[in-house]
Design a protein around this ligand. Structure first.
Ligand code: PSV
Ligand code: MN
Length: 424
């Protein structure tokens, strides 16, 4: 299915005058509002190929119908999102779930939808049909060198797929670790993992980045071999300049100060990018901004401050990706909400009066510092985000348009009610 430009136009016409009033007011009140709009136009967030179908828990999965059945349909779904919000111009693939049958055709399809290929992801957390050796006791950390080699070869293969598609980064998330005390020699597990990562690193094309993603627990519950940002940072530092830490917001223990982690990784030039989601208890993979939007804003506040300090390009110098799972919402609506939440947090962070905040910090004026942050956070920036979409030819209210033109119904008609997307 494709959305017609006239459908977007009609939708925007209906909402235009009310929208315009709100934008004008914001621009009058905020001298930098226009600059914020331009930055929002440039800011793209990659959609994970594995989040286009209904997610599940170990207790069940309740499919919503019309899910993409193959890579072509996944790209088409991201194309729909991008058409509605002009902010989802990239897709992140997971291998082997998304191996293209024809790289040439898949590339052409992506171009047709205005999409790029963001980081490719490897998978050594599951055994694939026909796979020789099992990852039950880990992959790169495994006591058996042949298992380690199999995992290394897989990652190098993922790089090859990514290279052919025009991607320029690989995200490596290892489920390696242990479930019980005594199961693992931590030092040996770390060293074996490092050696494996070094071999993969050696296969990186010169313009590529390697993102080392950490996670506190699950599927291993006693130790994870890349369990926190410190461990990821250790690997990334030992690997070299092309290796970075990837922060998945759900991969921390409760109450972790993620914004501080982000600030310091940025300072060290070792922050690679994000997997955005939100959580209440663990790796819940909920819609980013649905549980703790203030934390998301505080993360972006550190990002804007830290990236500006290093003169980085906000749009292109870090990997911006969503990693979520939708058990009860329509996946496409959830992704539209996710992208919106990220852009809202980014816009609010851009509005923070940095000079004043710095002055308040240097004067130990705690109250003033909080006022400055919350002044930005409590500004309703949604009209600015909508204006950026409008400028780019997208919809003023993407979810409303998605519902008005019955996108899901169309997808069910095209693909059927009982379809199954690969992923978790
Ligand atoms: C692991 O929980 C993770 O966050 C990694 O990024 C994986 O690649 C992804 O989820 C798989 O769903
Ligand atoms: Mn992740």
């Amino acid at each position: 299915m494709k959305i017609d430009k006239t459908q977007i136009q009609k939708h925007n016409d209906k909402l235009y005058s009310a929208h315009q009033r709100k934008v004008k007011q914001l621009v009058n009140e905020n001298p930098i509002a226009k600059r914020v709009i331009n930055k929002l136009v440039d800011f793209q967030i990659a959609i994970p190929s594995w989040a286009l179908g209904t997610g599940g828990t170990r207790f069940g999965r309740f499919s919503g119908g019309g899910e993409p059945r193959n890579l072509e349909e996944k790209i088409s779904d991201v194309g729909l999102l991008h058409c509605l919000n002009k902010s989802s111009g990239a897709i992140s693939l997971h291998i082997p779930w998304d191996i293209p049958s024809s790289t040439r055709k898949i590339k052409a399809l992506a171009v047709e939808h205005g999409l790029q290929f963001d980081a490719v992801n490897s998978n050594t957390f599951q055994d694939q049909p026909g796979q020789k050796l099992s990852y039950k006791f880990g992959s790169l950390q495994h006591v058996n060198a042949k298992v380690r080699q199999q995992a290394i070869d897989h990652n190098i293969d993922v790089i090859k797929h990514g290279k052919a598609l025009g991607s320029n980064s690989i995200t490596i998330w290892l489920s390696d670790g242990s479930c019980f005390p005594g199961q693992l020699n931590f030092r040996k597990a770390f060293q074996r993992t490092l050696e494996g990562l070094q071999e993969i690193y050696a296969a990186l094309p010169s313009n590529w980045k390697m993102f080392v993603e950490y996670k506190a627990f699950e599927p291993n519950f006693y130790s994870m071999t890349v369990g926190d940002w410190g461990q990821s940072y250790l690997y990334a530092s030992k690997l070299g300049a092309k290796a970075y830490t990837l922060v998945d917001l759900g991969h921390h223990l409760p109450n972790a100060n993620i914004e501080q982690i982000v600030s310091l990784l940025l300072m060290e030039g070792k922050l690679g990018g994000f997997h955005f989601n939100d959580s209440k208890y663990g790796d819940d993979d909920l819609t980013v901004g649905s549980i703790n939007p203030y934390q998301l804003f505080l993360i972006f506040n550190e990002l804007v401050e830290g990236m500006d300090a290093r003169k980085m390009n906000h749009a292109t110098d870090l990997g911006w990706m969503i990693d979520a799972s939708h058990n009860v919402k329509d996946p496409l609506e959830d992704l539209l909400q996710s992208v919106e939440a990220i852009k809202i947090a980014y816009a609010q962070a851009l509005l923070v009066n940095r000079r004043e905040l710095n002055r308040a910090q240097e004067a130990n004026d705690v109250v003033r510092a909080q006022e400055i942050l919350q002044q930005a956070y409590r500004t309703d920036v949604r009209p600015l985000v909508a204006e950026a979409r409008l400028k780019d030819g997208a919809a003023l209210q993407p979810i409303q348009l998605f519902r008005d033109i019955d996108v899901r119904k169309q997808l069910i008609l095209e693909r059927g009610l009982k379809t199954f997307a690969t992923g978790l």
